[in-house]
Design a protein around this ligand. Structure first.
Ligand code: PEP
Ligand code: MN
Length: 362
C-alpha cells in the first residue's frame, strides 16, 4: 500500500499518517520525493485498508503495490537506488567494475593484484574467503584469515571489499571485514541467511540462483529488505540450461527486466556466467551495452595455478583490455565507467526506464 501525501502536506500530517500505519500493524516507510512525500505501508495487506487510510488529513490517495516484492518493487519509488560502500557506488550514472580472484589465496596475491586492479580502474575488490565448492574436497577458502588478507588489501588500496558469506552465524564476522556481503547463487533461497544479512549494516550483493525466476530473485531481495537493509545490489551470474558450450547461460535479458520491475541496481558476472575465459570480455561488453550498472569479474595473476575458477579468470592484461572496451561502450549509453576515486557525478540517479512499475510487461 502506498499513501501518497498532498503536495502541501505538513510534517505533522506525515508523522500522523506514519503513526496510523504503525497502529494498523504495518511498517511505514516515508519516502520524500522531489515534489511529494509518499508513505509505503508495508506488511500483510488486508481488505479495507484503503478506506481506513484515504480520509486521513493531508492524504491525496492510497494505491496498492501490486508486486509481491513490495520493498524491491519500482512501484515503491521511481528513483533508482544507488548503493554506496566506500568509493564503490552501484546504480548511479556510472558503471562500476568489481574485480579480483575467485578465492583469496595469500596476502601477497591479493595485495599485489588489488594494486594492479585499482590502477586499471576497478572500484571494488572481490575475493572469496568462504568458498561454496561443489566438492567438499576442493579448497574451501582461508576463512577469517582470508578476510584479514582482504582487509590488508583494502588498507593498501582503499578498494571496497566484496566477499561471500555462506552462513547466518558468520554474518557478524564477515561484516567486520567486508564492505559488501556477497550472497552466492547457491544460497539465494537460504532464507535464514537472507534475513540475517538483512539485519547487517553492510550492503548485500545478491547473486541470482542458477534456476531462479525473476520473481524468486526479487523475492530473495525482499527478504533482505524486509529486515531493514535496503542496500541490495542484484547480480546476474548465469542460469543452468541445456547449453554445454558454457558453464552457465548468462541471462542478459534479466537486466532490463529487473530495471522495469525494481529500483535496485543490477550488475553482471560474466565469469561465472560463461565459465570460460575467452567469453568473459565479449559478455562484459554485452552486459554494459544492455544497461547493467556494473560488472564483477574474476582476475588472477596466474590463472593456471588458481585454487578455484582459474579457467574463467582473466589475466590482468586481459582485464586491462576489457576496461578499455567497456569504457567505449558505456559512452554510447551516455554513461562512464566509475573511477576508483569517488566522484560526485556517480551519485546522480538515473531515471527509471519507461514502463517501470508494470508488473505484466516483462
Ligand atoms: C563466486 O563469486 O566465486 C561464486 C562462487 O559465485 P556464484 O555464487 O555466482 O557461483
Ligand atoms: Mn568463482
Amino acid at each position: 500500500m502506498i499513501v501518497v501525501m498532498k503536495v502541501d502536506a505538513t510534517v505533522a500530517q506525515i508523522d500522523h499518517m506514519a503513526q496510523r500505519i504503525t497502529a494498523l500493524g504495518l511498517t511505514p516507510q516515508v519516502i520524500h520525493g522531489k515534489h511529494q512525500t509518499v508513505i509505503a505501508a508495508l506488511g500483510q495487506e488486508r481488505a479495507g485498508l484503503t478506506e481506513v487510510l484515504e480520509p486521513g488529513d493531508g492524504v491525496e490517495k492510497v494505491l496498492p503495490i501490486m508486486a509481491p516484492y513490495k520493498r524491491a518493487s519500482s512501484e515503491l519509488t521511481r528513483e533508482r537506488t544507488v548503493v554506496k560502500a566506500r568509493g564503490l557506488e552501484v546504480g548511479g550514472a556510472r558503471v562500476t567494475v568489481i574485480a579480483g580472484p575467485c578465492s583469496v589465496e595469500s596476502e601477497e596475491q591479493i595485495v599485489v593484484l588489488a594494486r594492479e586492479l585499482k590502477d586499471l580502474g576497478a572500484t571494488g575488490l572481490r575475493g572469496g574467503a568462504f568458498k561454496p565448492r561443489t566438492s567438499p574436497y576442493s579448497f574451501q577458502g582461508h576463512k577469517e584469515l582470508g578476510l584479514k588478507m582482504l582487509a590488508t588489501a583494502r588498507g593498501e588500496t582503499g578498494l571496497a571489499i566484496v566477499t561471500e558469506v555462506m552462513a547466518p552465524e558468520h554474518v557478524p564476522m564477515v561484516s567486520e571485514y567486508a564492505d559488501v556481503l556477497q550472497i552466492g547463487a547457491r544460497n539465494m533461497q537460504n532464507f535464514s541467511l537472507l534475513k540475517r544479512a538483512g539485519r547487517a549494516r553492510k550492503p548485500v550483493l545478491l547473486k541470482r540462483g542458477m534456476s531462479a525466476t525473476l520473481e524468486e530473485f526479487l523475492m530473495a531481495a525482499e527478504y533482505i529488505m524486509s529486515e531493514g537493509n535496503y542496500d541490495v545490489i542484484l547480480c546476474e551470474r548465469g542460469v543452468r540450461t541445456f547449453a554445454d558450450h558454457t558453464r552457465n547461460t548468462l541471462d542478459l535479458s534479466v537486466v532490463p527486466a529487473v530495471q522495469r520491475l525494481s529500483h535496485l541496481p543490477i550488475i553482471v558476472d560474466p565469469s561465472h556466467g560463461t565459465g570460460k575465459r575467452n567469453k568473459v570480455t565479449p559478455l562484459s561488453r554485452a552486459a554494459v551495452a544492455v544497461g547493467a550498472d556494473g560488472l564483477i569479474v574474476e582476475v588472477h595473476p596466474d590463472p593456471d595455478r588458481a585454487l578455484s575458477d582459474g579457467q574463467q579468470s582473466l589475466f590482468p592484461e586481459q582485464f586491462e583490455a576489457l576496461m578499455a572496451e567497456v569504457r567505449e561502450i558505456a559512452k554510447v549509453l551516455k554513461r562512464t565507467i566509475a573511477d576508483p576515486v569517488a566522484d560526485p557525478e556517480a551519485r546522480r540517479p538515473i531515471p527509471v526506464p519507461e514502463g517501470a512499475g508494470s508488473v505484466t510487461a516483462r
